[in-house]
Design a protein around this ligand. Sequence first.
Ligand code: SF4
Ligand code: SF4
Length: 236
Amino acid sequence: MNTRMEEIMNAIKHNKLTADDPFRFHCTQCGKCCINREDILLTPLDLFRIANRLKLSLKEFIGQYCELYIGSDSHFPLIRLKPKGSVKRCPLLKNHRCSVHKAKPAMCAMFPIGRVIAFPEYETSSKAPVIEYFYMNPGCGDNTRTQTLREWFDSFGIPLNDNFFIEWATFQKNFVMLIREAERLLDEAAMRQVWNPVFGILYLCYDLEKDFLPQFRENAEKLLRGLQMILSHNTK
Ligand code: SF4
Ligand code: SF4
């Protein structure tokens, strides 16, 4: 396990927070967390909000600012902000400030708070997944402000009962199960035919003028159904 992962595991174990627990942190906007970064992953909701903010289409935003790849461990289609220059600066950092501050990716907005989701042990359980929050030692900023987790999330418009986060994590879990099975059954050429539409449906097929969540649900459903059909055709 690398050091960063150890820190996160440690924080999950020892620094849990509930909605109204206070924590001390104030961002001094030094911009250090926006350089040497190759790991700013974007969800479809992050893309939707940032493209709207910058008044770009999703295709334009992804083309100018992002990189697409398949997670080597996760086997999940991923999009990250494409770092610039030798200091690997986030392309959205302009004049030492985040140019999409109010629409910044959830992982940037929540910092130094992290969250994890725990699914019920059995697939058939009627229990809902549980979200847990934890405080990571930021090693930056100052401690001049105290706020609760609820206040922190409110300031970035991230709900505590975040339906998208739950549905996104559930989709990831189900998708990975199916795509691993497809990779077992199909050859490389056939898998290439699968990945292109997967990226397109998951990240590009949204009307920026309409509500995000119903469109995400439809796209996620379409992808899982499509993979199930591919699997059923190839296991007959
Ligand atoms: S999106 Fe904004 S906050 Fe996040 S790394 Fe880029 S510039 Fe920094
Ligand atoms: S979160 Fe920390 S590193 Fe990032 S801009 Fe604020 S003070 Fe600097």
